[in-house]
Design a protein around this ligand. Sequence first.
Ligand code: OXD
Ligand code: MN
Length: 603
Amino acid sequence: MHAIDSLDEYTQNDHLKEWIKEAIALCQPKDVWLCDGSEREYKELCQRMIKNGTMIPLNPSKRPNSYLCRSTADDVSRVEDRTFICSKTKEEAGPTNNWSDPDEMRKTLLKLFKGSMQGRTLFVIPFCMGPLHSPLSHIGVQITDSPYVVCSMKIMTRMGKEVLNVLGNGFFVPCFHSVGMPLHNNQKDVPWPSNPQNKYIVHFPETREIWSYGSGYGGNALLGKKCYALRIASCMARDEGWLAEHMLIMGFTNPQGQKKYIAAAFPSACGKTNLAMMTPSLPGWKVEVVGDDIAWMKFGEDGHLYAINPEAGFFGVAPGTSANSNLNAMQTITKNTIFTNVALTDDGDVWWEGMTPQPPEHLINWLRHEWSPNSQEKAAHPNARFTAPIKQCPVVDPDWESPRGVPISAILFGGRRSTVAPLVYESFNWEHGTFVGASLSSETTAAAAGQVGKLRHDPFAMLPFCGYNMGDYFAHWLSFGRKADPSKLPKIYYVNWFRKDAQGKWLWPGYKENSRVLKWIFERVDNKAAAEKTAIGNLPTKDSLDLQGLNLEENDLKQLLEVDREAWQQETQYMSSYFQQFGPHLPEGIKTELNALIERLRS
Ligand code: OXD
Ligand code: MN
């Protein structure tokens, strides 16, 4: 549905109608497109983008209904230093967020958005985060001037007319987006419009609003994902008593057919997508995917914790994905997929580093340059992505759209740590598990602009995604657990697939072999596998990990399961100085756990 005169027919929502009219008056688009979410609409927009050079259709005999998009070099990842939490006070945003005064920021944004859509179409995208009729789901509407965003949102969310029927005159989160490149006087468009000088990814937690300007890429522009489902939702979850987390959700079934669901938080580009749809190396075990990035969790009437995936698609990192590392992902993206910033092969298909052992002889790389294996440039940008529907995954969980969610038995925290952190340990209880999540740190990746490989604290893998004071977020986790029946709470684990030896060699093979660690966790939840109590938590005994057929050297295993007292003592100092920044917002529960760890390391 295109025309603004059909607005009354389009929606009964008074706030939405008003907001759309205000947005039109402010942004002065050349026309308006009220999205219905149909296939026809998707195709029509793809045609527009092909004409504009934004999209290249891939060879339909290789990858039907799939497209390649290439951004500009300045717009390739989330921009954390341009991401703002504009709560009333700086204290409410906390020391880990960029804060800006909400009134000042509104003035800045109003100036930027004024006329920002001239010469472009303003699209209205109603979307639902979570299954349409789930009590755990929430609705948003994105206004954007990017057809790339419309098509991506169609894959990543439940999007279109149906959502407006569910919404009625109810509450939605307004998500206002412009690429920030108006077209004046019939100025010719470019394939990837953005605004390198002015990028603002802004959240107003009190009024539950998102404004994003200047970027067309990923989490900066697909506002249902990081901005809504994590930053704004974390504030909603705090106020309403639930959890919005940067976690994959997977089902794990043993050879006897018993199944448990696991949620796992890892920083960006640390293998969540690979883990969520892994083919276990252990015979008879099965992984099924509910989600690879975000979990919304709430206690059910039976007192257990239930999770939904608010998303409907994968926005996965392409480089490194191969039939070897993640066959299920490769099969998910054989059709109906949008690729961004990967390379184009001579036969109209895509390629990226790690996709095949031998690179093709010739490619057009993500920068649109001729490329051969001798080229200095990368074929694909390290943060190149695929956007594909979850339902295409061969191992999608039968309950992935269950309105009540799936019951979670274990929660995992992990990061990239070449030293100190062992392969796996179990926390003693929820409070200790919360401390383990709070003290998470990881080596940085290309998912965000900035230096790669630098160790940084990333509590709960939520550092870039928590919409309020991280100290209060820790308190929310602690009080959330205190309200529950402890026997029904998920057990909490720490895992690290990225440990290296002194020579820099990986100690653990990772990928499908991670199922061995999951098996130990599964059996711990059932009180079956053995563990040894150490200062940092319960570690597998040497014999309780199933290592059959792995050929792991004795000494490697020793290092993987070692708790180096001195290194951990240093680690506690590092944690302690990090926690200081939260001042009075650091909950007693975290201090108690830190002191208890220091004590245990002493004795
Ligand atoms: C993502 C991220 O895209 O965490 O999932 O950056
Ligand atoms: Mn993520």
